[in-house]
Write a protein that binds this ligand. Structure first.
Ligand SMILES: [Cu+2]
Length: 271
């Protein structure tokens, strides 16, 4: 009864938390940001599954502890048992955790392979981490690149952007398209992470890492550098606008012209 009530309130809390959230973190937020990509949806499911498993295990261990304290304290049980070995019990308490871990490993590996297996991309974006901003390059779509810097508090307020998350030049991608993300860095290791996409990929100098996302909902999504990279690590946010294809095409056309003169290391890295 208690367990069922606990599970119900956990589900209600999770649902409420999901309902109340937008694409930015909130005070008193419970749970993850709502999933916007198939990968994040699966991460959410896996996260929920693990939450139920660990809740059950914690309750079971706590109940055992309470039972031992009440039943076998010196007053309730003045003559202690001399039993020091029980083969069946040892086999069970070794075997059951092994079975639980193997059962958890199956969906875990499925998810890992789903993330690692990049579908045929509709577009490729190269993400270059720098101290302390991001450069986005489109090596296949016109070979241009631009820098994305955090807005100051005043500029963010004026633009209606969230503080410490809004940037001057956000990355723009079309909705429902597979975006291949190739990460690298020009100085130290950074990490490009957008929670709503379920994406977190290290950006390492002299190395190309690949990942992908397919955003299925329009909107603006935020993330942050997730690898400690120096003094301004906390001030190189990520902003991605997911827009309809037509809007993306218009942005791409304008961006090619706007950023045509900007040159950089991308040509070397892109080929
Ligand atoms: Cu960083």
């Amino acid at each position: 009864m208690f367990l069922r009530r606990f599970a119900t309130s956990a589900i209600v809390l999770t649902a409420l938390a999901g309902w109340a959230e937008a694409a930015v973190p909130h005070n008193w937020q419970l749970g993850l940001q709502p999933a916007v990509t198939p990968v994040m949806a699966q991460i959410e499911d896996f996260h929920r599954l693990l939450l139920y498993v660990i809740t059950a295990i914690c309750l079971f261990v706590a109940a055992l502890l309470v039972w031992v304290m009440l039943r076998y304290n010196s007053r309730a049980n003045p003559v202690p048992s001399k039993v020091h070995h029980n083969t069946i019990l040892e086999v069970v308490w070794t075997g059951v955790p092994v079975i639980i871990l193997v059962l958890i490993a199956i969906p875990s590996f499925k998810l890992l392979f789903f993330e690692a297996d990049i579908p045929t991309p509709d577009l490729t974006v190269q993400v270059i981490g720098r101290q302390w901003y991001w450069t986005y390059a489109f090596p296949k779509d016109g070979n241009f690149q631009f820098d994305s810097n955090m807005l100051t508090d005043a500029a963010a307020k004026k633009a209606g952007e969230p503080r410490l998350l809004g940037v001057d030049n956000p990355l723009v991608v079309p909705v429902n398209k597979v975006v291949e993300v190739v990460t690298t860095a020009s100085d130290v290791i950074h990490s490009w992470a957008v929670p709503a996409f379920g994406v977190k990929m290290d950006a390492i100098p002299g190395h190309l890492n690949h990942t992908w996302f397919k955003a299925t909902r329009l909107g603006t999504y935020y993330g942050q550098c997730s690898e400690l990279c120096g003094a301004n690590h906390a001030f190189m946010p990520i902003e991605v606008k997911v827009v309809p294809q037509a809007e993306y095409d218009a942005w791409l056309k304008a961006a090619k012209k706007k950023y045509a003169d900007i040159d950089g290391a991308v040509r070397v890295a892109a080929k």
